[in-house]
Design a protein around this ligand. Structure first.
Ligand code: SF4
Length: 348
């Protein structure tokens, strides 16, 4: 059964239907990304038609499949009888976290964007690629737009490009899928002249640029725009390299440990601690569920010279890029600890 949210997204309920057929769940908790939360009445109506009325909407921000917050939600009922319905993300890649985040109590529902990509946008994309002199192109997208990639590849192939959709790692990453902290599917395309990414907003295009350092053409169906990411990507890259070089002068590193289930990464943590020790640096360990400028303001003092965030690597760039001390992603921290600015390493 398909459920349309506000005319903008189509959610396939079949994984939920089969989970409910197995039975045993007395309470459903709906987790939607902030941008989709307001469509909850449509989803509740659809689920009611499946015979389930006992539903609670999770009002907190849920930033990704790394952030299911099962510990807190278990306050609402017996965990064995509670089902989290997590919309718009695929399960978090288990090798990136310590806890296997996909659990029996979670069902993941994809949300396909219904916003059309018209031919003018595709022509614009082809023109931008031609101006770059690109021939071999890899097409990637966020989960909501993956269904468009086949048609875009066909369009570009008809205009002489060799367009590929890189193979995914289902169920965690589908064909062509990127998430904010994982671009392995994109990189698996091998050497390409350019990427085309279909997504709303600049978050994923920037991550793709930093992870690949290739041309990135951003097709935004919501803004109905095609934009080359390179100039802004280079500006951010230069800033990141400056912060890595500043961190190289430090003698004490504050290592932030994530307290969300999908953001606790003990192997990565151990590896950073050992690298710091080999380099003769002191490591201060700080555990936090969410790291904001205020979190660091409260804790910061003369002892700590720079920070590394092991929870969500995007916080270092998107939220703390202008913090008064360098705040690095794990990949950047390894660069600083190894004393090398090349190659740029993102995100891990
Ligand atoms: S980018 Fe951050 S919030 Fe998004 S999936 Fe990765 S760790 Fe989670």
């Amino acid at each position: 059964m398909e459920c349309v949210l506000g005319g903008f997204y189509s959610v396939d309920l079949s994984p939920l239907e089969s989970k409910l057929r197995d039975g045993g769940f007395s309470l459903l908790i709906l987790q939607l990304p902030d941008g989709l939360k307001r469509f909850f009445p449509d989803l509740v109506n659809c689920i009611s038609r499946l015979g389930h009325e006992n539903i609670i909407i999770h009002g907190d921000s849920v930033y990704g499949a790394c952030d299911l917050q099962l510990g807190k939600l278990s306050l609402l009922g017996d965990l064995d009888r509670l089902l989290v319905v997590h919309v718009a993300h695929t399960p978090y890649p288990p090798e990136l976290a310590s806890v296997r985040v996909a659990s029996e109590n979670v069902v993941y529902l994809g949300a396909r964007s219904l916003v059309a990509i018209d031919e003018a946008l595709l022509e614009d994309t082809a023109r931008t690629l031609k101006d770059l002199g690109a021939r071999r192109v890899a097409l990637v997208a966020t989960a909501q737009h993956l269904h468009e990639l086949g048609a875009i590849a066909g369009f570009l192939a008809a205009r002489g490009f060799k367009a590929v959709v890189p193979r995914g790692r289902p169920p965690y990453l589908l064909d062509g899928q990127v998430i904010g902290c994982d671009y392995r599917v994109a990189r698996s395309a091998g050497t390409v002249d350019s990427y085309v990414i279909v997504s709303g907003g600049f978050f994923h295009p920037l991550g793709l640029y930093l992870a690949t350092l290739r041309h990135v053409v951003h097709l935004d169906p919501y803004e109905s725009k095609v934009k080359l990411v390179d100039e802004e990507g280079e500006r951010v890259l230069r800033r990141r390299l400056y912060l890595v070089s500043k961190a190289m002068e430090g003698s004490t590193v504050g290592i932030i440990i994530g307290l969300k289930e999908g953001q606790y990464r003990p192997r990565l943590l151990q590896s950073l601690i050992e690298s710091a020790r080999r380099k003769g640096l002191q490591a201060v360990l700080i555990a936090a569920e969410y790291t904001s400028p205020e979190t660091l303001d409260n804790i910061d003092n003369n002892l700590i010279d720079f920070y590394v965030i092991t929870s969500c690597p995007r916080l270092a760039i998107d939220d703390l890029g202008d913090y008064r001390k360098p705040v690095l992603t794990p990949g950047e921290a390894f660069m600083a600890l190894e004393g090398s600015l090349h190659p740029y390493r993102f995100p891990w």
